[in-house]
Ligand binder design. Structure first.
Ligand SMILES: *Cc1c(COP(=O)(O)O)cnc(C)c1O
Length: 373
């Protein structure tokens, strides 16, 4: 039986092998393994790609990017706590970053169609303590519209995008900073280069981008023991620096962002055209780069049976995510209202193969397998 792997990172990185070997050798020979010119070049590339004339700080991973950005906001705005609105069906990292900065996550039940923040219900989450909103571009779909922009502006909220899953996606509308690229839409954007993301390192890596010079300086200091000047510590910071070797590898891969995303989008388009089974709800497909298809997520009511069927037919899959954050022990102390949509999604979502190792032909075959269920 033919097998359709969900994700095969060795195969994903194979086309970059020569470049990766060349740049990693150069880093090894340079004797500079943390920061330095390699990291500077990577940061400038991500800046150009995201926020013309902005700032970029390469950091250790996506969670650290989020928590450093959140803590920098607390420091720069001199906040004594506050609430941050975030979709309840996000990956737990978004929420952990809010809690880590001493802020309170306010879990919003998502829109069942976009599976992102329901921007028509943001006012229900607003209190006098709201200080920020964190749009998560979940599964690669842009979470940005006029309602969100207007809501943040009217209430003076800081907007931190969790852009771990949507590098290179474009909103249909400009952001606060006059760009339509995710990560540059809000006041700051956090990136993850975890190996499975659309652009992945060969280990952990992340980045924070923002337009504000003061905020970028605070993020950079926090990531380096709270220090901007050697042996002078202004904040009780962390060690969240980016390895030079990962920066060099990412500089090889970043120029391919649009091509990688276009390839994923083409596969999503094939699924969208071919999957035709009333028991399988397809994700909303729009003819633009407002979704870079980090995951192609369908919904099924009888998921256990469906998964068994996929296994029996060699189709790899994953569940993003089987338990919503509010039902995890780690969030025991976090208050929230009823979250029926987040809980329904956790029970019904299934991610199908859409990565670089899945060919168009594979996608056609998987669609046929699904239609025969
Ligand atoms: C992957 C991911 C993160 C965290 O990134 P890491 O690099 O794994 O720390 C945060 N938020 C979302 C939505 C993610 O998918």
């Amino acid at each position: 039986m033919k097998r359709y792997p969900f994700c095969d990172l060795a195969a994903t990185n194979a086309p970059y092998m020569e470049g990766i070997e060349r740049v990693t050798s150069a880093v090894i020979r340079s004797g500079r393994y943390i920061g330095g010119e390699t990291v500077d070049i990577f940061e400038q590339m991500l800046c150009r790609q995201t926020l013309p004339a902005g700032h970029c700080v390469g950091v250790s991973n996506g969670l650290d990017a989020l928590r450093l950005a959140m803590r920098a906001v607390v420091i720069d705005r001199d906040l004594k706590g506050g609430e941050v609105i975030v979709a309840a069906n996000t990956y737990i990292a978004s929420i952990l970053a809010i809690m880590d900065a001493g802020l309170t996550p306010v879990l919003a039940d998502p829109d069942p169609v976009t599976m992102n923040l329901d921007t028509s219900r943001l006012d229900e989450c607003l209190t006098t303590d709201t200080v920020a909103v964190m749009p998560v571009h979940l599964y690669g779909r842009v979470c940005w519209d006029e309602l969100l922009r207007e809501f943040a502006g009217r209430n003076g909220l800081f907007v931190l995008e969790d852009n771990a899953q949507a590098i290179g996606a474009r909103a249909e509308l400009e952001g606060l900073n006059g760009t339509n690229v995710t990560g540059g839409l809000g006041h700051a954007g956090a990136f993850s280069f975890y190996p499975t993301k659309n652009i992945g390192a060969l280990g952990d890596a992340g980045a924070v981008v923002c337009a504000d010079t003061g905020l970028a300086t605070t993020v950079r200091a926090l990531a380096n023991y709270g220090s901007s000047q050697r042996y002078v510590n202004d904040f009780a910071g962390y060690n969240c620096r980016l390895d030079s070797i990962q920066a060099a590898i990412l500089a090889e891969k970043l120029p391919d962002t649009d091509a990688v995303n276009a390839a994923r989008r083409a596969k999503a388009g094939i699924y969208d055209a071919l999957i035709d089974n009333p028991k399988v709800t397809k994700p909303l497909f729009t003819p633009s780069m407002s979704n870079v298809w980090h995951q192609y997520v369908v919904r099924v009511e009888h998921r256990k049976e469906f998964l068994k069927y996929l296994e029996a037919n060699g189709v790899g899959y994953d569940i993003h995510y089987p338990t919503p954050p509010h039902l995890q022990k780690a969030l025991k102390g976090v208050k929230h209202g009823p979250l029926p949509i987040a809980e329904m999604l956790a029970e019904q979502v299934v991610s199908l193969p859409v990565s670089a190792v899945t060919t168009g032909q594979d996608v056609r075959e998987i669609a046929a397998i699904i239609n025969a269920w």
